[in-house]
Design a protein around this ligand. Structure first.
Ligand SMILES: [Zn+2]
Length: 422
C-alpha cells in the first residue's frame, strides 16, 4: 500500500482537526462515578457531544449512524474492496466524557501557536515547564493547546474523538483509498470504569478494535493490568462505651487494622513499571459495621490471584485479633490484562506497529498502568489495543496536547486502515 504521509494530512486536515477539537473541549462532559452504576451516561452534558457527533457524521454522508438509549454512538462505513477480499471489520473507539479529577465546566482552550519554547503560565499559578518535559520542548514552533488553568483540557479523550472524526472525513473525501468495513464507536463514562456496563457488544461487527485513548505520540499499548476490587465487610459487637470493657468489638478499629496490613511498599505511590499494587479505595462504617473497598492490580495472572489470597489471609488475621467480630471478603474482577487475548492474534499488534512506523514515528510499547474501555471490550471477546491520542498530563489543569501529535494520530488511523485492507 502507499503509506499516507503526515505532511499531506497536515496540509489538508490540521485546521479542521484543531477546530473540531477546540469545539469539543468546550462541551461540559465530566462524568460522575457515583451515578454511573445507576445510569449511562452518568451526566447529561455527554449527550450534547454525542448528538453533535451524530449530526456531524451524518453531515459527512455516513448513512449508518445510531445513537442508542445509553449514549453508545456507533457508525458504520462500508468497505470498498472487491467482493472476494475477506477483511475483518475493524473498529475505532474513543470516549466522550472527561475525568472528574479536575473541573471540566467552561473549558476555555488556549492555543499557543507557535509555541515559543518558554514556560507556559496559566491561571491558578499553573505552569507547564519545558525544562521538566523534553516532549513539550520538542514542540517549539508548533501549535500546543492547554486549558486556561481553571479546568482540565479534556484531550483525554476529545483528542481521540476529534482524530477519529477527522479520519472519517478524510476517508469520505478519499473514496479511492482501499478500506475494509469500519465501525466508529463513541462511548460515555469511560472515566468511571463503568462506561461499558451496558455496551451492546452483540451488535458489534468488528472482529478487532482500537481505542484512541493513549498519551504521547508513538504510544501503542497492548498490555494492561489484571484489575480486581475487594469488598471487605467488618462486623463488630456494639456495647455502650461506658460498659464496654472486654465486650465492645469496634468495626471501625477492625477496618483500620486491616488497612494497616496492606503492604505500603506495594502501594501505587511506591510502585511503577511492571510492579503491581494494592490500595484502600474507600472506607465507611460505624462501631457496628464497616465496609472497605480495596483495589488491587497486577500484570500477572498468578500474582493477582496471590493478592486475592493475601487479602483473605489479612481478613482471617484481623478476625482472630478481634474475638466476637467477623470479617468477610468478596472479590470481583474489574478488567483483565488484554495481552492474554491479544497474544492469540499477533497480527493485530504487528499491523499497528507497521502503521505507526509508516506514519514516521518510533513505536513506544509500554504496559498501561490502568485500563481502558479497550480492556473491557477485550474481555468481552473483541481484542482492542490502545493507540496514542497525543495528550499529556491527563486529568489535570496542566493537561496539554500538541497539534502535530494529533495529526500523527490521524495519520496512524489512516495507515492502519490501509494496511488492514491488504
Ligand atoms: Zn481516556
Amino acid at each position: 500500500m502507499n503509506a499516507i504521509n503526515y505532511d499531506t494530512v497536515k496540509k489538508d486536515f490540521s485546521d479542521e482537526l484543531l477546530e473540531r477539537f477546540l469545539r469539543y473541549t468546550r462541551i461540559y462532559t465530566t462524568s460522575d462515578e457515583t451515578l454511573a452504576e445507576a445510569r449511562t451516561p452518568s451526566t447529561p452534558g455527554q449527550w450534547d457531544l454525542l448528538r453533535i457527533l451524530e449530526a456531524e457524521l451524518k453531515s459527512f454522508g455516513v448513512k449508518d449512524v445510531s445513537l442508542d438509549e445509553y449514549g453508545y454512538l456507533i457508525a458504520r462505513l462500508p468497505g470498498n474492496l472487491p467482493e472476494d477480499a475477506r477483511v475483518d471489520t475493524v473498529g475505532f473507539m474513543a470516549h466522550v466524557d472527561t475525568s472528574s479529577d479536575a473541573p471540566g465546566e467552561n473549558v476555555s482552550p488556549q492555543v499557543h501557536n507557535p509555541y515559543d519554547g518558554k514556560i507556559i503560565k496559566l491561571k491558578n499559578e499553573i505552569s507547564i515547564d519545558p525544562a521538566e518535559s523534553s516532549l513539550l520542548a520538542s514542540y517549539e514552533g508548533e501549535a500546543v493547546i492547554t486549558s486556561d488553568g481553571t479546568t482540565l483540557l479534556g484531550a483525554d479523550d476529545k483528542a481521540g474523538v476529534a482524530e477519529i472524526m477527522t479520519a472519517v472525513h478524510w476517508l469520505i473525501q478519499h473514496p479511492e483509498a482501499p478500506r475494509g468495513s469500519l465501525e466508529i464507536i463513541f462511548t460515555p463514562d469511560e472515566e468511571t470504569g463503568m462506561g461499558m456496563n451496558r455496551f451492546p457488544v452483540k451488535s458489534l461487527k468488528s472482529r478487532f478494535c482500537f481505542t484512541m485513548d493513549g498519551g504521547r505520540e508513538g504510544e501503542m499499548e497492548s498490555e494492561c493490568y489484571f484489575a480486581r476490587a475487594a469488598r471487605v465487610s467488618f462486623k463488630g459487637n456494639v456495647i455502650h462505651p461506658g460498659a464496654a470493657r472486654g465486650k465492645l468489638v469496634n468495626a471501625v478499629t477492625m477496618a483500620g487494622a486491616f488497612i494497616s496490613l496492606l503492604p505500603r511498599n506495594e502501594s501505587p505511590e511506591a510502585t511503577d513499571g511492571r510492579y503491581g499494587n494494592y490500595w484502600p479505595h474507600k472506607v465507611e462504617g460505624t462501631l457496628d459495621s464497616a465496609e472497605l473497598t480495596v483495589f488491587y492490580r497486577s500484570f500477572d495472572a498468578d500474582d493477582i490471584q496471590r493478592r486475592s489470597d493475601a487479602l483473605h489471609s489479612f481478613a482471617a488475621g484481623v478476625e482472630a485479633a478481634f474475638p466476637g467480630g467477623s470479617v468477610s471478603v468478596e472479590t470481583k474482577e474489574q478488567y483483565r490484562n488484554m495481552r492474554e487475548e491479544l497474544d492469540k492474534y499477533p497480527q493485530v499488534i504487528n499491523k499497528l506497529r507497521e502503521a505507526v512506523m509508516a506514519s514516521g514515528i518510533e513505536p513506544l510499547e509500554n504496559p498501561i498502568r490502568g485500563g481502558t474501555d479497550g480492556s473491557r471490550l477485550t474481555a468481552m471477546g473483541i481484542p482492542t489495543p490502545n493507540i496514542f491520542a497525543g495528550g499529556v498530563s491527563f486529568h489535570s489543569r496542566s493537561e496539554w496536547v500538541a497539534l502535530p501529535a494529533m495529526v500523527r494520530s490521524v495519520t496512524v488511523i489512516l495507515n492502519l486502515i490501509g494496511i488492514w485492507s491488504e
